[in-house]
Each structure stands twice: as C-alpha cells, then as structure tokens.
Design a protein. Sequence first.
Length: 250
Amino acid sequence: MNISGNTIFLPGGTSGIGLGLAQRFAAAGNTVIVGGRRRELLDQITRDNPGIEGVYIDTADAQSIVDVSAEVQRRWPATNVLIAMAGIMRPENLHSADFLAAAEATVTTNLLGPLRLIAAFGSFLAGQQDAAIMTVSSGLAFTPLAHTPTYNATKAAIHSFTEILRLQLADTSVQVIELVPPAVQTELQGSASATNPHAMPLDAFLTEVMGLLESQPEAHEILVENVKPLRFAAVNGTYDQVVGMLAASR
C-alpha cells in the first residue's frame, strides 16, 4: 500500500486509533473519508481537519452499510482503500446468560460489520488500479484476554477471514492488510483505558504503524513491537504464561 495519494474510506474513524489514522493519512497526502455514528463528532472532525470528509454510517446496521458504501463510491469514485476500523470491546461474565447481549452486539459490530463492508466494496475496489483492504484484528486474536471472550473471538475470526480474503483476492488488484494492535491508550473500554499504564501510547502506536506501512508497502500484517509477544506467544512457547499474565492484569 502506498503511504500517500490514496482516497481512503475509514468507517469507525471518529475516535481512538481510527481518528488517529485518519489524521495521519490525511497529513501524508491522502483524501480521507471518515465514517461514524456520532454526527457532532463528524462535524467537529471535518471542521478541525481540512482534507478529511465525514459521512454518517452505523456499521451495526446492514442497510446503513449498503447505502453509505454506495454513497461513498458515488461521491468519491477514486476511493481505493477501505479500512474497516469500527469495533467495540465489552467485558462478559460467562457464569450467567446475561453475557449474551454484549456478545451479540460485539459479533454484529466487530465481525458482521467488516464482512458487510468488504461485501459492499469488494467488486468496486477490484476495479481500481491500486487498491487495498485493511482489516483490524488484535493481539487478543492470538492470546486472549479472560474478561472479553467474544471480543477475542471476533478478532480471531477477522484474522482467519483476512487470511482467506488475501488468498481469494490474489488474482485482483486488491492488497489485503491486517492491522494487529496491542493494547493502546484509547477509550475503547472507557476513560480508564485511555490512561492504562500497560497500554501503548496512541501517538507512539500511530507513528510506528505509519512507519511500517511506508517501509513495508507489501506487508500482509502490520505488527508493532508491543504486539509481538501476543502474536507469537504460541510459536514462542509462552502462550500459557502470557494468558495468565493478561488474566492477572485485569
């Protein structure tokens, strides 16, 4: 993926990693269309960041994805990169059936959302000369966190799906990239997670990601150093140790 000269659609870009990437990509010379559910944030982002456009989209709503994807393709026909960013992370206690509502919402947003976006954009992007789809999994796809079981599972599914997507799209112009974040200081789990001392500062994460994209334009996975202990725990023989460490950090 080229680091500049793209037109990027980034649903889930109104906060955290998504917004940070949108700003970094815009600064690198890309046209960026941010999608999100909070209209006031979209208005603020487009006002404060010249060069970033905003569209309302609810990635938990199948029809919203269909409608807004068509709108983006119509209004920005040069769109050649999709970054399926939107996600939620909720704790679940599996001792009780009460976990099910959080689990269903997580599957809808974290798994069905990206799949629906890819379905809506796949053929369109295959018609572009230089295109890319970036999925967003997590280090927890490889080494799970005890109190977020469905989050871990959806991210593991995204990893597996991305691997097969890459194989099936090998005969097209679409590059498939998986971004694998570690814990990053954002409000994904509420305000406390934004200052979690065990998480990577957002600016440091973004800087490393952009550097990897620039230095490894053909990369399949974008792995910052902080995520490698999770990504390769099974390979390194440290899986049980790292799972225990994550569980104790709760």
